[in-house]
Design a protein around this ligand. Sequence first.
Ligand SMILES: *[C@@H]1O[C@H](CO)[C@@H](O)[C@H](O)[C@H]1NC(C)=O
Ligand SMILES: *[C@@H]1O[C@H](CO)[C@@H](O)[C@H](O)[C@H]1NC(C)=O
Length: 531
Amino acid sequence: MASKPSKPKPLTLPFILFLIALLLFTIHYLKQLHSEFHAPTKSATNPKWFEVVARETGHENINIGLVNMDETTITDEIHTSGKMVKVRFNPVDKGIEWSDLFPEWIDENSASNCPELPMPEFEDYGELDVVVARVPCTGDSGERNVLRLQVNLVVANLLVRSGRVKNGISRPVFAVFIGSCGPMWEIFRCDDLLWHGGDSWVYKPELRRIKQKVFMPVGSCQLAPAFAQSGEELWRRHSETCNYIPREAYVTVLHSSEAYVCGAIALAQSIIQSNTTKDLVLLADDHISPESIQGLRSAGWKIKRIQRIRSPHSKKDAYNEWNYSKLRIWQLREYDKVMFIDSDLIVTRNIDDFFIYPQLSAVGNDKHIFNSGLMLVEPSMCTFKTLMKKRFVVGSYNGGDQGFLNEVFPWWHRLPAKLNQLKFFGSVHDYTHEIPHDMYTIHYLGLKPWMCYKDYDCNWDKSETQIFASDSANERWWRVYDAMPKKLRHFCSLTPAMDARIQKYRSRAKNAGFPDGHWTIKVKDPRRNST
Ligand SMILES: *[C@@H]1O[C@H](CO)[C@@H](O)[C@H](O)[C@H]1NC(C)=O
Ligand SMILES: *[C@@H]1O[C@H](CO)[C@@H](O)[C@H](O)[C@H]1NC(C)=O
């Protein structure tokens, strides 16, 4: 039997609701399509960093290079009438660790190599206005993160190669870092920070300084003479085109006691005897008497008075309680670069050429760290302020400045060991302890020469200090003394207390019959009679 045609059912309420929903969805979809083809006005959706860059450049025709970022996520966010390219490079081999870039020791006399940190093909990315990079901020290696270094170096290299010079004016280039930790401040100076909000950081780097850094090896795994030379050429050429004479100075610091006043006078004299062209600046706290200041001034130092800075991590009255006073060298804004030298060193050859190195350059100490007794740094107010803040939160393995500075400047450049030649001898049975004749400085560890006799190094008289004893090094220091103006010599006089201490250890050495026999030397030091 044929079925009866059924009555049309009335439209039910659920069905109506479904139709309305479909209609709304269609409208929404069409709107979406529309907005993809007709980008809304740029400033309405562009991220804040883009606005900062656009304001600086004065236009929105900005070529963007993307580093360590996925362009599909970002093309929706940025609307530029310029080009946007993803910069391609291979991530550094996971097996490479910080200690491979910063080995304890390298053979400075033969060509040493650093592990490779792959870089992009720079020719593919000319004429960028801004490089945007996502910086990796996580990982248990903290500041010493190899991938983070690679990303920072890729950005620095791209900027240097994009910074075209037009009519003698180099076009400004910008770096944007996305990530809570920001860029490495060893490469991107805080002075160049334009804007920071949330996880975004906008920099307008001074290309002259960035150039020097990209010419350095990627770590202390290599000495940098060749790099330094090409850097120097760049620096000179820049100076010539801009008629600019770099402002540079040697700096030392005296605080808490007068024990090193003689050392600082000898240091100044040794630098002057090397025919330097740089300024000499000494920072002194109020423990240094006006009379000593007068002597230091006539020795060649320009004097600046400072307040000493307490080491937050050292014990009360510890030997290094006030060593953070050294941080004040970053306040010397009147200089582009300063070479800090401890007051227990002397310079034995002209070292002016080493000013070509960028911050922070120093000689290796042990493990991955540098010795803070001689350092090339670039003064800067914001660096100083940052250091003052960081000193409370960053530790120091020895409570002193060296431990702290190594934590805040993990990326440093290796100077030849001869530039901070530690007077130190491991061997017990060698009684000559000759220093090499081609060193640039001598760093007098142990008892200081002015606390000994001219005749020999009194470190020989104590078994604990024999590792520091060297008659040739002692002789070299007294040569500086002999060449200085006579009126300065009394700052290095032998006090009765110093004399008594030397005699005490001499007689002990005699009683023990120390085989080096320095206690048999007949002392002729004229300072014994003049006090
Ligand atoms: C410094 O200059 C003087 C005079 O020109 C010269 O006699 C001396 O050898 C120079 N010293 C050094 C270390 O070059
Ligand atoms: C700290 O300063 C004192 C006194 O100036 C000095 O004897 C000592 O070598 C310094 N220590 C370090 C770790 O720099």
